[in-house]
Design a binder for this molecule. Structure first.
Ligand code: ZN
Length: 491
């Protein structure tokens, strides 16, 4: 072993131990963990030894830096809730412009976006019979108001939209439909997709059958007495009826009352309203590339949040993680060849206005072609566990080399089936290769869209680990000499 490779060996053992301490994994025994001496890469290797070493040292730097966590503290403390079109939304845009500049990003600017503006009022749900009591409820985003006196009617329990479709409409007309389906807890968050359909279309489908209003069991996995809000997915021609979510324990109570065999009557009230569409903005900042600054790797997150909590995990964490990753890339000894661009999207929650506007404004052929890669963080600041790519097959060796550097952080390779997620997915549809970094979402849907999505629920060590992952991926993607090429357009 040469002196040079010995010192590299010693350094990598030291960093493996440090890493193990940081992520709470058992520290490797020096003998067992001895890596092979770093050999010169084969001619076909996607990255040079120098590139990999630069990324590795960036990873180590990120694992001891709290810029991400402190950025999230600043956002939740100084802005708080920031739903589309609200005063908090405007404050968030101003905050983001100042914060990205403070973090040393360049070309920081706002790109105007028109957003829908729904205003939450107050709401209540009370059991009137057989055993009167109040329930914990929130309005779903976009719900219309009830008459002042509220709506009082018998409830009809329905598991989901499929079951609704099979029920004779005469049983629905004049009633309140109660969607009872439960969201399943899962590390990959897969219960959400199945459960959320009633939030999107439950009211519209019930209205077609003559329902007066809709109550849904919260789309969430917790047993707190807090209901989960979230946007409905209105379509042209929908009949609009009020739609509220009740907490999981309250949904259990209603099911218990129904199990008595007696009719259950509810009174629901809601005073939310729609205002004219409002101005918001995508906030953009960059670490310019050293060789090809016009070519950009996009790091996306959404700046808006629901209004009940502080939007800490959803998606303040993504905002903080991506901003910190860019800052640390900017401070690295070697800037990557291409530009790393942070895009903090307006209004993801209520129809992807920011991402759609970005894809439209940057979607002309030449400019779209300069978008060479994209990633998004919008699954909370939880442990990163898996990496998906969507790249041409001949670029997969580069993906595997990138994932290798994240393996000590617990990230496995999960396939060439990434979507880009909600916002960056709009850019992926232009043919831009993307990656998705899965987090362990087991707990995410306990907090998601509730008053409990607050800063205290976020673990600083997991913020650091996410920052390290995105910084490594973004640095290597932006420095990858051949680039990732293009994918077919569309989703
Ligand atoms: Zn989100």
């Amino acid at each position: 072993m040469s002196t040079a490779s010995r010192s590299r060996f010693t350094r990598s053992i030291a960093s493996a131990v440090l890493l193990a301490l940081l992520i709470g994994a058992p520290a490797p025994a020096p003998a067992a963990a001895a890596p092979a001496p770093v050999a010169a890469p084969a001619a076909s290797a996607p990255f040079t030894a120098a590139q990999l070493e630069a990324a590795r040292s960036l990873r180590e730097r990120c694992l001891v830096d709290d810029t991400g966590y402190e950025t999230l503290r600043s956002l939740t403390r100084e802005v708080g809730p920031r739903s589309a079109g609200s005063p908090g939304d405007a404050r968030a845009v101003a905050w983001a412009l100042a914060k990205l500049r403070e973090l040393g990003l360049k070309n920081v600017h706002a790109e105007p976006v028109t957003v829908p503006h729904w205003i939450r009022g107050t709401c209540s749900v009370d059991v009137v019979a057989p055993w009167p009591q109040p329930l914990a409820a929130v309005a779903l985003g976009g719900s219309v108001a009830t008459p002042d006196a509220g709506i009082e009617a018998e409830i009809v329990p329905v598991t989901n939209l499929d079951e609704l479709a099979k029920i004779d409409s005469t049983r629905i007309a004049g009633k309140i439909v109660f969607y009872t389906g439960r969201m399943a807890r899962a590390a990959d968050g897969s219960g959400y997709g199945r459960a959320v359909t009633v939030r999107g279309r439950g009211a519209a489908e019930a209205a077609k059958r003559g329902a007066l209003g809709v109550i849904i069991r919260s789309v969430g996995t917790d047993r707190n007495r807090l209901a989960h809000t979230g946007g409905m997915r209105p379509e042209a021609g929908d009949i609009q009826i009020p739609a509220l979510a009740i907490s999981n324990p309250d949904a259990d109570l209603l099911e218990d009352q129904l199990a008595s065999g007696q009719p259950v009557r509810l009174r629901m009230r809601n005073t939310s309203s729609w205002a004219d569409s409002a101005r918001s903005a995508n906030v953009v900042g960059e670490i310019p590339g050293r060789e090809r600054p016009r070519e950009v790797v996009v790091l996306g997150a959404h700046l808006d949040s629901w209004d009940l909590g502080q939007g800490a995990h959803d998606d303040g964490a993504g905002v903080a993680i991506m901003s910190a990753a860019a800052k640390l890339i900017g401070e690295a000894p070697q800037k990557p060849r291409r530009t790393v661009r942070v895009v903090l999207f307006a209004n993801e929650e209520f129809g992807l206005s920011g991402a759609r506007t970005y894809a439209r404004d940057h979607g002309a052929e030449a400019e779209a072609a300069n978008h060479v890669f994209g990633m998004e963080s919008d699954l909370g600041a939880f442990a990163p566990v898996g990496l998906h790519a969507r790249v041409p097959a001949d670029r997969l060796p580069a993906v595997r080399a990138m994932q290798d550097l994240l393996a000590p952080l617990g990230v496995e390779y999960r396939g060439n089936d990434a979507s880009g997620d909600a916002d960056v997915g709009q850019i992926a549809a232009l043919g831009v290769p993307v990656m998705d970094l899965d987090t362990d979402a087991t707990e995410y849907f306990d907090y998601h869209h509730t008053a409990n999505d607050t800063f205290d629920k976020v673990d600083p060590a997991l913020v650091r680990r996410n920052v390290a992952c995105y910084a490594v991926l973004a640095w290597l993607a932006a420095d990858y000499a051949p680039g990732f090429g293009r994918m077919p357009k569309g989703r």
